[in-house]
Design a protein around this ligand. Structure first.
Ligand code: ARG
Length: 400
């Protein structure tokens, strides 16, 4: 049985209660690790809370740059959208947190890590599979999954143990946020027919009415500038969340298939993530050769599934990263996005490595395309079909 545990700590009700509950029920020492991934947070207050709950050490790590560079960039290069829509906001954050849990466990001689997930979600899968990939020797504890307390009982437990929590017994939503966006679950949205109440949105409340255009600059698949101003990705994402979110664009409302077999109604807002993926995909349309682009698109869904399913640290994910990376060499250039209330769309793209050839594409006098070459090509392209039609005549449209 573990003696010293590193707990992924958010400062919320469950993880605060988990500190004391593990001390009492497992007889362990608890070290908390809170990761700043770009979410709102009172980091000092959070440390005080962890100590008040009984932690022997409370660590806060600023992971914003690391999160952007090591997790968001590869995912963006892969245009990763789970079920074609969700930019993996929560799924990308868990392997980042696990890195720091494991580092803290090593630094403080802990023999276990713990998380505050329930048994119904994806996040337990991500925490545990990532931990087993990075530190197979560590024990994994999941107190919230095992304690059998309702939310009300947890609040009573906190009160009885003088654990400071802000929670009220009728908290409506479960929210998880970071640089890449915000997930809002529960409450009345558990009915998939019910429209999400306006109050659930915070990044995408409409604040702008004048249409405008912005230019995103990319280098080898990585967004590096907005309107020519060069900045690191973690800052660029913060700026775009504000700029694009102000137009009320970047919301998702979907019923999603969780890894554990549950269909779940999810709402998200991810204005920067969705705008960047849109722009990146568009830049690829002029910089990737056709077969590479089609094969890449085929693998992007698989990539998103792996990340969603907690397989960030896995050999297939590594292999797909290598493929994706090899496609990004010429994905350099600029994309113009137009913002209008409720809309964000591409209105222009250019690249020094563009495969778009005006002479080949134009219908004007500048045409350099050899029209006569098409005749033989199209004949051979259709030859097999012509033979089949003549010999087997199975085509009902042939009108025998
Ligand atoms: N369904 C999303 C996912 O699996 C969001 C999860 C949000 N997590 C949370 N603890 N509220 O990635």
């Amino acid at each position: 049985m573990a003696q010293r545990v590193v707990l992924a700590y958010s400062g919320g009700l469950d993880t605060s209660v988990a500190v004391r509950w593990m001390i009492e029920n497992y007889g362990v020492e608890v070290i908390t690790v809170a990761c700043n991934l770009g979410q709102e947070g009172d980091w000092e207050g959070l440390q005080a809370k962890a100590f008040a709950a009984g932690a022997i050490e409370a660590i806060v790590v600023d992971c914003r740059e690391e999160f952007a560079n090591d997790f968001l960039i590869p995912s963006l290069k892969a245009n990763a959208l789970y079920e074609g829509k969700y930019p993996l906001v929560s799924a990308l954050s868990r392997p980042t947190i696990v890195r720091h849990l494991v580092a803290a466990a090593r630094a403080h001689g802990a023999d276990a890590v713990a998380h505050g997930c329930t048994g119904k979600g994806n996040d337990q899968v991500r925490f545990e599979v990532a931990t087993r990939a990075l530190a197979p020797d560590l024990e994994i504890l999941a107190p919230v999954r095992n304690w059998g307390m309702t939310r009300e009982m947890s609040i009573e437990y906190a009160e009885a143990h003088d654990i400071p929590v802000l929670a009220t017994k009728d908290k409506l939503y479960s929210i998880d946020d970071n640089l890449w966006g915000r997930a809002i679950e529960c409450g009345e949205m558990e009915d998939p027919w019910a429209r999400p109440p306006e109050g659930v949105w915070s990044m995408t409340t409409v604040r702008a009415s004048e249409a405008k255009e912005i230019t995103i600059g990319f280098e080898r698949g990585v967004p590096v500038s907005v309107d020519g101003r060069v900045m690191p990705l973690h800052e660029l994402v913060v700026e775009l969340n504000d700029t694009v979110g102000a137009y009320g664009w970047g919301r998702l409302d979907m019923v999603e298939n969780r890894r554990v077999g549950i269909k779940s109604r999810e709402t998200y807002e991810a204005p920067a993530a969705l705008a960047l993926i849109l722009a990146h995909q568009d830049l690829e349309s002029i910089t990737l050769e056709r077969d590479v682009m089609h094969e890449k698109q085929r693998l992007e869904g698989r990539y998103a599934d792996l990340v969603y399913d907690g397989m960030w640290f896995s050999p297939l994910k590594n292999a797909l990263d290598a493929f994706v990376e090899s496609t990004q060499q010429y994905v350099t250039g600029e994309v113009r996005l137009r913002l209008e209330p409720g809309r964000c769309f591409v209105v222009g793209r250019r690249s020094p490595h563009s495969l778009y050839d005006y002479g080949l594409a134009t219908y004007d006098a500048a045409d350099t395309f050899k029209h006569a070459d098409s005749e033989g090509f199209v004949k051979l392209w259709g030859l097999g079909i012509q033979t089949w039609a003549a010999k087997q005549s199975a085509n009902p449209d042939a009108g025998e």
